[in-house]
Write a protein that binds this ligand. Structure first.
Ligand code: SF4
Length: 204
C-alpha cells in the first residue's frame, strides 16, 4: 500500500473498476462488481468473486452466500449495514453449461491482478479489521497463499499495519450436505465473526 493513487473516492474507484482490463475476466462478465458499504466502515469483509446473482445485479453478496453471511453477522452481533463488503476479484468467472453459468475459482494471476483494486479499497475505507472469507481472499489480503485451518479465527497483523481475521467463505457452508456438519460449520463461522466483534469492542 505505498504507491500514490489518483483515485480519491469510492465513486471514482467504482468507475475505474468498470473500465478495468487488467486480466481477461472482464470479457465475459456482465459488469465489475465493486465493494459496497459505509465509506468509513470498521470492518471490511472480502469474499472471493461475484457469483451469478452478484454479476447480474452489480452488487456484492446478494446471492445465497450473502444470505448466509447476513445471518451469521446478525448471530455474531455485527450489524450488516455497518460492514463494507467486497471481493478479491471484481468480475465473475464462470463456465457456461447450457443456460447455466457455473462458478470457476479465479487463478493466482487473476487474484494478483485484481489485488490492485482491493488495495485501493482498503486505502479509501481504512477498516480496523479485514475479514478474509476463504482461500482466495486470504491470498489477496496477505499477498501469498495460507492454509485456512492454520490461520482462521484469530486476529493477525498484516505487513502494512492492518489487521486481518481469516475464516471460511459462507458458500462453503451452503455446499455441505450433512445437516449436523452444516450446523457445526455455521456455528464455527459465527464464532470466528465474534472474534472480530470482540476485537473491535476492545479497540473502541
Ligand atoms: S477481475 Fe479484476 S483485474 Fe480482472 S478485469 Fe476484472 S476488475 Fe480487472
Amino acid at each position: 500500500m505505498s504507491e500514490p493513487s489518483p483515485i480519491k473516492s469510492l465513486k471514482s474507484l467504482r468507475e475505474a473498476e468498470e473500465q478495468c482490463t487488467r486480466c481477461p475476466l472482464y470479457k465475459h462478465a456482465t459488469q465489475a462488481v465493486p465493494g459496497e458499504g459505509p465509506a468509513r466502515a470498521r470492518i471490511m469483509m472480502v469474499g472471493e468473486q461475484p457469483g451469478d446473482q452478484e454479476d447480474k445485479q452489480g452488487k456484492p453478496f446478494v446471492g445465497p452466500a450473502g444470505g448466509v453471511l447476513a445471518k451469521a453477522l446478525e448471530d455474531a452481533g455485527i450489524e450488516r449495514n455497518s460492514v463494507f463488503v467486497t471481493n478479491a476479484v471484481k468480475h465473475f468467472k464462470f463456465e457456461a453449461r447450457g443456460k447455466r453459468r457455473l462458478h470457476k475459482r479465479p487463478n493466482a494471476y487473476e487474484i494478483d491482478r485484481c489485488h490492485w483494486w482491493l488495495d485501493l479499497e482498503r486505502r479509501l475505507v481504512r477498516p480496523d479489521i479485514v475479514v478474509a472469507l476463504g482461500a482466495t481472499a486470504i491470498r489477496s489480503v496477505c499477498g501469498r497463499p495460507l492454509t485456512i485451518n492454520k490461520v482462521r479465527g484469530h486476529i493477525m497483523s498484516l505487513p502494512d499495519g492492518g489487521r486481518m481475521l481469516a475464516t471460511i467463505h459462507p458458500s462453503y457452508i451452503l455446499r455441505i450436505e450433512d445437516d449436523a456438519d452444516k450446523r457445526a460449520q455455521y456455528k464455527r463461522f459465527v464464532a470466528d465473526l465474534k472474534v472480530c466483534a470482540k476485537a473491535l469492542a476492545e479497540a473502541a
